[in-house]
Write a protein that binds this ligand. Structure first.
Ligand code: SR1
Ligand code: MG
Length: 417
């Protein structure tokens, strides 16, 4: 008989998982294991299990939202989707995600590689680290996973089956649909802007008709445009880094949606880091970090665009923009024109999603440590206000912004005001 779900505890983990060969082979007998719970995310338990000088990660979903408690139930099946997303990402963008060693669907447990000496990107950016590989690594990750999971690449029937599989992750989509696209724009119960100095701008944003229309247009895109398998929660807390390596973790929000959602969420989180830097200057000026972040934003988009373009030219084997219509007839320019339009639309959508992601992290339920760890309240309010203004501008004016330079200028101007 299969055991009913039970949450792991550091004390019970060795006896419950001690018969798993994949763990004992690496860590030795369970009697020698040291277990620590280190999860600091909003949803799950995460254990580091150490033995024989080696470590592994054991991640377990809980049947509720950890951030809120048992009053907000959440299906354990998210672990199944996370596992399936990790396998696909490893295949589509080799080396970009942690290796998975074991999955237990009933217990919602994933045993995966312990990444060391990696730290969470958000923490690295709050500390003011400069990460030279970041832009290239994440640009490649997004281009490869988003392209290779789409109708530009996959065989049509296989993609449709996969899309149907991930449609089961509706509970996690529901969180995004409410927390990103809706709640920030009205006085929803779970919202909290922790800085009272923001009351004025919050009221202004909630009365902003153009912004509310934009939010609903982006929500419609999110809900209806099943273009590819998204990571679904690609913020700087879902990325682990060293100076030389970047890995993407935690794809439990994976589902089929618009490509620009992942790109927009990532860039939004870079921008929030940019706007928060002045609040972390107690140990020295952060001008170089701000410059690095602006370069990283431009560099990530450029790496994404270049790799996506390469895949478009070399790996376009799916049912969209088929080669029979273009290259096979000697019309390479037609395929290039289509690519340009595709990327242009993706850039616009990216700006829409990015603006809303910035808003929800300041006005909604789930805040970012980038701002939350700023001790000086007035400074925090200044940083958040600039970010909110920027988010509003890029979301509402997304169809009229075509250059990364213009975005840099706007971000710098608002940040300095
Ligand atoms: C209730 S979950 C809040 C947020 O945490 C996750 O990481 C997602 O970003 C979600 O929106
Ligand atoms: Mg997560």
């Amino acid at each position: 008989l299969e055991q009913a779900f039970a949450a792991l505890e550091p004390e019970t983990l060795p006896s419950r998982l001690g018969t798993l060969e994949i763990l004992t082979e690496k860590l030795g007998p369970p009697s020698g294991w040291k277990v620590r719970e280190v999860g600091d995310g909003n949803l799950n338990l995460v254990f580091i299990v150490e033995g024989g000088g080696k470590s592994m990660i054991v991640k377990q979903a809980l049947p509720y939202v950890r951030l809120v408690g048992e009053g907000w139930p959440l299906p354990l099946t998210r672990s199944f989707f996370e596992y399936n997303a990790l396998i696909r990402q490893a295949d589509r963008a080799p080396g970009s995600v942690p290796e998975v060693f074991y999955f237990d669907e009933r217990q919602a447990i994933i045993v995966q590689e312990f990444l060391s000496p990696h730290i969470i990107l958000r923490r690295a950016l709050i500390e003011g680290q400069v990460l030279p590989r970041l832009a290239e690594d994440l640009g490649l990750f997004m281009a490869r996973t988003l392209f290779r999971g789409s109708d530009l690449s996959l065989e049509a029937a296989a993609r449709k089956k996969d899309m149907a599989l991930f449609a089961g992750n509706d509970a996690l989509c529901d969180i995004t649909e409410a927390l990103v696209f809706t709640d920030p724009y009205y006085d929803a119960e779970m919202n909290s802007h922790t800085t009272p100095e923001l009351d004025g701008i919050v009221a202004r944003l909630r009365a902003d008709r153009d912004l509310k229309v934009t939010a609903q247009e982006m929500k419609q895109a999110f809900v209806t445009r099943a273009e590819t398998m998204l990571h679904g929660d690609l913020h700087t807390g879902s990325i682990m880094v060293t100076e030389d390596e970047t890995r993407v973790i935690d794809p439990e929000f994976a589902y089929y949606g618009p490509m620009a959602f992942d790109v927009g969420m990532l860039l939004a989180n870079y921008w929030m880091s940019f706007f928060s830097q002045r609040g972390h200057e107690q140990n020295g000026a952060r001008g170089n970090v701000r410059r690095h972040l602006l370069n990283t934003i431009t560099g990530t988009w450029t790496a994404f665009r270049d790799e996506f373009s390469r895949l478009w030219r070399e790996e376009r084997t799916g049912i969209l923009f088929q080669r029979a219509l273009y290259e096979d007839q000697g019309d390479t320019l037609g395929a290039e024109q289509a690519l340009e339009r595709f990327l242009h639309a993706l850039f616009e959508d990216m700006l829409g999603f990015a603006g809303l992601e910035i808003h929800r992290r300041i006005l909604g339920l789930a805040h970012n440590a980038d701002f939350e760890t700023i001790a000086d309240r007035a400074q925090k309010a200044r940083c958040e206000t600039a970010a909110l203004e920027f988010g509003r501008h890029i979301a509402v004016n997304r169809r009229h912004i075509s250059s990364l330079d213009a975005l840099e200028r706007l971000a710098s101007r608002l940040e300095e005001e």
